[in-house]
Design a protein around this ligand. Structure first.
Ligand SMILES: C[S@@+](CC[C@H](N)C(=O)[O-])C[C@H]1O[C@@H](n2cnc3c(N)ncnc32)[C@H](O)[C@@H]1O
Length: 240
């Protein structure tokens, strides 16, 4: 495995989010939380299209909009250098070349930097596994490139706590992508035990293929939902 160093602050585009999370038109009409959002251009684009999206990330804690824009630019260069140096670990379909990847991510940073300055309230500082939102504040939470990506530094317990916390603020579901750690081409080895553990906590999980593969073999998302409560003949849910 080859590690990137500090957790990258990346800037994926709306098109990447749409593909990574198989987002339908209906999904985009609900209240969406992007966590961790990094310097992604997803929230700006959703809101520009009339949606209701909020970004949350640890890197926003205590940083000015100017600092965030500077970090996003520097991190985009660092991320592109990593991808260039490990080009064989990536599938060059969504991006045709490392230059194409760099151009796309720099475009996202421009969108992010403009939006964070114009709509700072859409960018909420917060650090998993504890989110500064009320229960069921969102319909859908999307979470890309932190969980499963950095299992060299984030353990089983962090994943359980982060997923249950994201589900606390989601009415419907949490979608997580990718399921393959950075520097690997195989699904996170602890996935089965994580899913078993989540199941004991009332979290249903399903893995679905998606139409996006940049990191090799990373083309599935994990969808987490609240386990439906069974209904008694009287129509009441039994107490648990
Ligand atoms: C690789 S980026 C992903 C950003 C965005 N989702 C994307 O795909 O472009 C990972 C992000 O996780 C953030 N992060 C790291 N630890 C975190 C935590 N405990 N809670 C929230 N965000 C965290 C970092 O600041 C960074 O922006």
């Amino acid at each position: 495995m080859s590690f990137v160093g500090d957790t990258l602050v990346t800037a994926r585009s709306f098109a990447e989010y749409q593909a990574m999370f198989a987002l339908s038109r209906e999904d985009l009409t609900g209240r969406i939380l992007d966590c961790p959002a990094g310097a992604a251009d997803f929230v700006r684009e959703v809101n520009t299209r009339g949606g209701r999206a909020v970004a949350c990330d640890a890197v926003y804690v205590g940083r000015s909009t100017e600092e965030l824009a500077a970090i996003a630019r520097a991190e985009t260069d660092r991320g592109n250098t990593y991808v260039r140096d490990h080009a064989e670990d990536y599938v060059w379909r969504f991006f045709s070349t490392p230059d194409d990847h760099h151009d796309s991510r720099r475009e996202s940073v421009r969108g992010f930097a403009a939006d964070v300055a114009r709509n700072p309230g859409h960018y909420v500082p917060g650090k998993l596994p504890s989110l500064p939102f009320t229960d069921s504040a969102f319909d859908l939470v999307v979470s890309s490139h932190l969980l499963f990506s950095y299992t060299d530094r984030l353990d089983h317990e962090f994943h359980v706590d982060a997923i249950t916390e994201m589900l606390r603020v989601a009415v419907r579901e949490v979608r997580i992508f990718p399921l393959v750690p950075m520097g690997s081409t195989e699904i996170y080895k602890g996935m089965d035990s994580l899913r078993d553990h989540l199941s004991t906590l009332g979290v249903d999980t399903n893995i679905f293929p998606v139409d996006y593969e940049f990191q090799r073999n990373a083309d599935h998302m994990l969808v987490c939902t609240h386990t439906p409560r069974s209904v008694t003949p009287s129509g009441d849910a039994p107490s648990r």
